[in-house]
Design a protein around this ligand. Structure first.
Ligand code: GDP
Ligand code: MN
Length: 355
């Protein structure tokens, strides 16, 4: 029995050591989901999928935020499905409410107009909670006290699906390659949700004495700026999948621009999405190659799918998606255009390194 005890002791120590080692190798990152209690069952499906495709190997934490308290049953079922630590946070009213400076009458008039547009209604035209959500995701999530503890995040929404295994630590991949923002799908925004956004963006950059960023050849401004008509080309990273450096979102540059833009109250008078906001700011403050399209990831959020076109990748990562449904080269997609811009930036970088 003493021998058995000793073996037991030695093994358990070895086991703890391995666990410890494994833990030490993890980066300071978390998965992150904003959701409501009513999202529970779609969310559980997504968690089971992300665990099977990625997180069962790494056991990263997963942070859940809500503007209302999560139910006990929600917390129990979700914690049980996540292989890392699940954390649940409440969003303060300060981060999730219509600012005092918003003229309610004007906001309602504009919502009414959008609802009665003979050319058609855009999604969430009269939703106030959607507007609070877009503003929160644009400029506040990174300051939530639970997320303050982390350096990298991976945003996940209830209902989304990974179609391929991710066998490597994707956060470590970002860090090793000094990538601050990774996306999968990108597309064109509904113009009617952002009629004054680009003008406000240009004015904000001007007021902040940052206008040169818009014509810089080192950042991704060509991805958003149509030189021909000096307007926004409507391209944006689809933010339901995004993985990135929280410190970029907490940087002075990001926050100065966000705060300037927020003064226009376009989240409420119009329906500015967090996707175009992020894309405009990140494309101007980040230099090549800090933004990357993650083309080897199979990912779906209704109605669109990115499926790796390369057969070897699909075999290696047990992909379950159909490349005929891949959006990359469709009309609404901006991903092929992003690849073109990156190719230009790459050539330019090579040249300037030679000089
Ligand atoms: P869509 O993808 O633009 O159609 O918008 P979604 O309805 O998927 O919302 C985007 C994200 O915000 C999802 O993760 C939702 O769960 C979350 N969300 C949207 N509205 C609310 C809300 O009022 N409260 C909370 N807590 N989460 C919300
Ligand atoms: Mn969604």
């Amino acid at each position: 029995p003493i021998i058995l005890l000793w073996i037991n002791f030695a093994f358990s120590h070895k086991f703890i050591d391995e666990q410890q080692q494994h833990h030490n190798q993890l980066t300071n990152s978390t998965l992150y989901t904003l959701c409501r209690n009513s999202d529970l069952y779609e969310l559980l499906d997504t968690i089971v999928n992300y665990e099977a495709r990625f997180n069962h190997k790494f056991h990263y934490d997963w942070v859940f935020l809500n503007d209302l308290p999560f139910d006990e049953e929600f917390k129990l079922l979700v914690s049980n499905a996540v292989s890392g630590t699940a954390k649940f946070g409440l969003i303060s009213e300060e981060m999730w409410s219509i600012p005092q400076t918003v003229d309610f009458k004007l906001m309602h008039e504009n919502m009414e107009k959008a609802l009665n547009d003979p050319e058609g209604v855009y999604p969430y035209a009269d939703s106030k909670s959607y507007r609070n959500m877009c503003r929160f995701e644009s400029g506040f999530f990174q300051w939530h006290e639970i997320l303050l503890d982390y350096d990298y995040f991976w945003r996940v929404e209830p209902g989304v699906k990974l179609h391929c295994d991710i066998n490597y630590d994707i956060f470590k991949y970002l860090i090793d390659n000094e990538i601050d923002y990774g996306f999968t799908i990108s597309m064109l925004e509904y113009p009617k949700t952002i009629p004054s956004l680009f003008q406000s963006f240009i004015q904000s950059l001007d007021d902040l004495k940052m206008s040169t960023l818009l014509t810089s050849t080192e950042n991704y401004s060509k991805f958003i700026f149509n030189m021909d008509n000096s307007d926004y080309n409507l391209c944006h990273f689809w933010t339901n999948f995004e993985i990135g450096n929280l410190n970029t979102f907490r940087s002075d540059e990001y926050n100065l621009i966000f705060k300037e833009l927020d003064k226009y109250n376009g989240f409420y008078y119009e329906r500015w999405g967090d996707a175009p906001i992020r894309t405009l700011i990140l494309s101007t403050i980040l230099k090549y190659p800090k933004i990357q399209r993650l083309k080897n990831i199979g990912y779906e959020h209704a109605q669109y799918l990115q499926c790796p076109l390369d057969l070897e990748t699909r075999v290696q990562n047990r992909c379950s998606c159909d490349i005929d449904l891949d959006i990359t080269y469709e009309y609404v997609s901006c991903s092929w255009f992003f690849d073109e811009i990156v190719e230009e930036l790459k050539q330019q970088n090579k040249l300037s390194n030679l000089l």
